[in-house]
Design a protein around this ligand. Structure first.
Ligand code: CMP
Length: 140
């Protein structure tokens, strides 16, 4: 996995609200190439594993319940400096603090329902991409 890739999920509420197209459009307009993409739904076990790093946090159960509540879009994005640039595009975790024009500023409803996930490091981007996609589902 080259370090110019990051992983994202469009979360259930943003999918339910019909924002998939607008979010993918902004991702493309910001210079990211989509190299893997799927509409899927996390099981409780999937979500607990994906967010295991947060399992001691008070919001963990709410996060797992929300992330399993409906379909999500999972994607791998490619761009130079992908992890950092994508985190700039999505904005702060708390949508009230997300800069104007960022995906969370435009599409999030709350800290839990914050529209999109973005990997926080190259290492996690590789782990999270492999969690959702096999090698033959990721394209150069
Ligand atoms: P995400 O980027 O998917 O990574 C972990 C998620 O946990 C985060 O987005 C938020 O949705 C959620 N989260 C992080 N901090 C809090 C918090 N203090 N309260 C509620 N949810 C949180």
């Amino acid at each position: 996995m080259p370090t110019n890739r990051t992983f994202t999920m469009i979360k259930p509420k943003a999918v339910e609200n019909g924002h998939i197209g607008a979010i993918l459009d902004k991702i493309g307009a910001s210079g990211f190439k989509i190299v893997a993409l799927k509409l899927t739904q996390l099981s409780k076990i999937d979500a607990e594993k994906f967010y295991a790093v947060h399992n001691e946090r008070p919001f963990f159960n709410e996060l797992v319940a929300f992330m399993t509540s409906g379909p999500i879009v999972a994607a791998v994005l490619e761009k130079e400096n992908a992890v950092e640039d994508y985190r700039a595009l999505i904005g702060a975790t708390n949508p009230e603090e997300a800069a104007e024009g960022t995906l969370r500023n435009l599409f999030a409803e709350s800290m839990t329902k914050n529209a999109v996930h973005g990997s926080d490091s190259d290492e996690n981007a590789a782990i999270e991409s492999a969690f959702h996609f096999s090698e033959r589902e990721m394209f150069a």
